[in-house]
Write a protein that binds this ligand. Structure first.
Ligand SMILES: *Cc1c(COP(=O)(O)O)cnc(C)c1O
Length: 404
């Protein structure tokens, strides 16, 4: 580690509130699917800033769109219109196949807005204030109070109780467990189409189909959180599109700004017509011209460069290579995922995924864990089969380095 790198780490550690155990790496810049640190070391990136950098690093058209917007104006407030806001709303509603959007700055905020819209929808029906939400065990929806309240991980929630209340947890992919919790107070069912942080669990088609029908029968709103699995990662623009169901409300964030912080929730006509109205919800920065220029540019490049087609083409290859890896090691139990959102499951008595992630980093491969026993693979959507081959070689080398 050179002196400059050490100075940066020391300065950060001295002043930042200690809420993360960071790796001792200072990323400086990126190019394509590669990152470079302040020591000049190169890394193959299979994390993409946690499913954010869908287009990879250094996309010239994206950078030009942002630069141009920065030179004009980056913030106006929501008292006024801007051309990027109009353009991004048209592009994202078309991409999501949902007619109305509200822009925010992060994933958690998108979930907050979705939950508020659902409660308001139910409130307008009966003017009562006791509506319930069904969320899933093992889910992750963010760290703010509303989002945390529907996050199915008591370890994250407990120190911050009380939560928003009237949230019940069902088991993901267990329809009976959802049905049991439904009553006439239930206003929404929220789930990730593919659970990410919890360990990469795709929804079963049968489960999501039955939940959709239950929601239709009882006028309950289905909220799908596509913050991690959306924006092409699944091999479709949004993962729900592979299930033959449609959400009433959908959240997205992470990749929609291509590296600029932006989130959104989208609603169908029914919810748009009878939920949030002026005065109910707002944001200073949400929908600002800079982040909207980013969304617009990302969606244009998705189309022009056929980004989703590439994800759909490389995903089966990544899946196959990972399956072969799992089959050849007794400390690996399973491979699962959807598209370019994949995980391998460890027998943690035999090997620690965290140790492998550390070894991978020293071998120039960026990976992250999910849940307690999974390493997940979230590459930029522009990766090639050769990148997958290189990743597998580095992964194998990282297994060899760590024998616990
Ligand atoms: C990351 C994530 C969030 C939270 O997004 P932030 O931008 O970190 O607030 C919510 N839901 C899912 C599924 C996520 O993966």
């Amino acid at each position: 580690m050179n002196m400059n790198t050490k100075t940066i780490i020391d300065e950060a550690e001295e002043h930042l509130l200690h809420t993360y155990n960071r790796y001792p790496v200072v990323f400086d810049h990126g190019e394509g699917v590669r990152l470079y640190d302040t020591d000049g070391k190169e890394y193959l990136d299979f994390c993409a800033g946690i499913a954010v950098y869908a287009l990879g690093y250094g996309n010239k058209r994206f950078e030009e769109a942002l630069s141009e917007q920065i030179r004009k104006i980056t913030h106006t407030s929501n008292y006024y219109y801007s051309e990027p806001l109009a353009g991004a709303s048209a592009a994202l509603t078309a991409a999501a196949a949902l007619p109305k959007v509200f822009f925010v700055n992060s994933g958690a905020e998108a979930v907050e807005g979705a939950v508020k819209a659902a409660r308001k929808y139910a409130y307008l029906k009966d003017r009562k204030c006791d509506h319930e939400i069904i969320a899933m065990e093992n889910s992750f929806h963010g760290r703010t109070f509303g989002a945390l309240s529907v996050t199915g991980n008591s370890h994250y929630r407990e120190p911050f109780e009380p939560m928003i209340g009237n949230v019940r947890f069902a088991r993901f992919n267990d329809y009976e467990s959802v049905e049991r919790l439904v009553n006439d107070r239930t206003c929404a069912i929220i789930m990730e189409t593919v659970q990410g942080e919890g360990g990469i669990y795709p929804a079963d088609r049968d489960f999501i189909t039955k939940v959709r029908k239950l929601c239709d029968d009882r006028d309950i709103l289905l909220i799908l959180d596509e913050i991690q699995c959306g924006m092409g990662r699944s091999g479709s623009m949004f993962a729900y599109m592979q299930y033959g169901v449609k959400p009433d409300i959908m959240t997205c964030a992470k990749a929609i700004g291509g590296g600029i912080p932006v989130g959104a929730f989208l609603v169908n006509e029914k919810v748009a017509a009878a939920s949030l109205v002026p005065g109910d919800h707002g944001t200073t920065f949400g929908g600002n011209p800079l982040s909207c220029a980013a969304v617009k540019s990302v969606l244009e490049i998705f189309e022009e460069d056929r980004i989703i087609e590439n994800a759909a083409k490389v995903a089966p290859y990544l899946e196959k290579r990972l399956r072969d890896v799992v089959a050849s090691h007794d400390f690996l139990l399973q491979e699962r995922g959807l598209g370019l959102m994949r995980g391998i499951v460890f027998d943690t008595d035999k090997k620690s995924p965290a140790d492998v992630v550390k070894a991978a980093l020293s071998n120039g491969l960026v990976l992250i864990t999910a849940g307690s026993n999974v390493i997940r693979f979230l590459p930029p959507l522009i990766i090639s089969k050769q990148d997958v081959d290189e990743m597998i070689d580095k992964l194998e080398a990282s297994f060899a380095e760590q024998t616990c």
